[in-house]
Design a protein around this ligand. Structure first.
Ligand code: PAF
Length: 291
């Protein structure tokens, strides 16, 4: 109710059908676009802020995309609070919000997917079969609906940024992809909608991801170039935290995401997936090419 009242005051338009969104979008020229699954936090708002700084108008989508969740993942219990999200977006000066129901995005008979087989072989793709098929498909559909000039993604989902960039290149989608740095809590924990699931003891333990990444980045800055040495260092730091159960610890090529024996002139992506019982957190750190 509060969101509706304020929406009327600021002219932020909230659309639930593709036809309505397209009609309203036609009133704008160049558009910045932030796709989200809602339950917004400062990380999402940093994407919106960047879009506002760079684009004359901004659109945001809120859609918990069922096709990117595996059968044993948390689709049904993924946190949702659309009224709060709309209030935050309105305060952030967003022009258009697209909040489609599932049937609008995946009507009966839907059967076309965007697949990158190589993405499914490594990191999140290997750990979550079908995840990137769902992400690439929904982002491709959203790009077709929204027709943005620029679209904004967080570095927090590093492999997602690689997949989206490759899709845009391969399918000649006329949009510029902008990657925005990860927003962190004061103790280093990367902001994520899933952080709300952490019990207090797990929350206290969770910054171990950041500590492991930072230690490996410092070792790299000191001259270490062995991928295995950096993986071993991160594993050792994670092992000191009993609540943290690593899924993977990676030092990979920044574009192919294949594991590296030696870090070369292109630098590397450090990434981690760690379980705290039922909660699985990911984080990463880009090792810039050495000068
Ligand atoms: O990063 C996310 O929140 C989602 O993967 C995205 C890009 C909105 C697609 O559903």
């Amino acid at each position: 109710m509060a969101a509706k009242r304020r929406y009327e005051r600021t002219n932020m338009k909230v659309l639930t059908t593709i036809a309505d969104f397209r009609r309203e979008r036609a009133a704008f020229g160049s558009l910045g676009f932030v796709p989200t699954m809602g339950y917004l936090h400062q990380g999402h708002l940093a994407l919106v802020e960047r879009a506002r700084a760079e684009c004359p108008a901004v659109a945001v989508s809120i859609f918990v995309n069922p096709t990117q969740f595996g059968p044993n993942e948390d689709y049904a219990r993924y946190p949702r609070d659309t009224a709060r999200d709309l209030a935050l977006l309105e305060a952030a000066g967003v022009d258009l919000v697209f909040v489609p129901p599932v049937e609008e995005m995946y009507p009966p008979g839907f059967g076309t997917y965007v697949i990158q087989p190589a993405a499914d072989e490594v990191l999140e793709g290997a750990a979550r079969p079908g995840h990137f098929r769902g992400v690439a498909t929904v982002v491709c559909k959203l790009f077709n609906i929204v027709q943005p000039t620029k679209s904004y993604f967080g570095q927090k989902d590093a492999q997602q940024t690689v997949v989206i960039r490759q899709m845009v290149r391969d399918l000649n989608i006329p949009v510029e992809i902008v990657i925005v740095p990860t927003v962190r809590e004061a103790d280093g924990l990367a902001l994520s909608s899933r952080n709300v699931y952490l019990h207090p003891a797990q929350r206290a333990a969770a910054p171990v991801l950041y500590r492991a990444l930072r230690a490996a980045a410092e070792r790299y800055a000191a001259g270490e170039r062995s991928g295995e040495a950096l993986r071993a260092l991160m594993r050792e730091i994670l092992a000191a935290e009993p609540l943290a159960k690593p899924d993977y610890v990676s030092v990979a090529h920044p574009l192919t995401l294949r594991e590296l024996d030696q870090i070369g002139p292109e630098g590397a992506l450090l990434s981690l997936a760690v379980r705290f019982d039922q909660v699985r957190l990911i984080d990463n750190w880009v090792l810039e090419p050495a000068p």
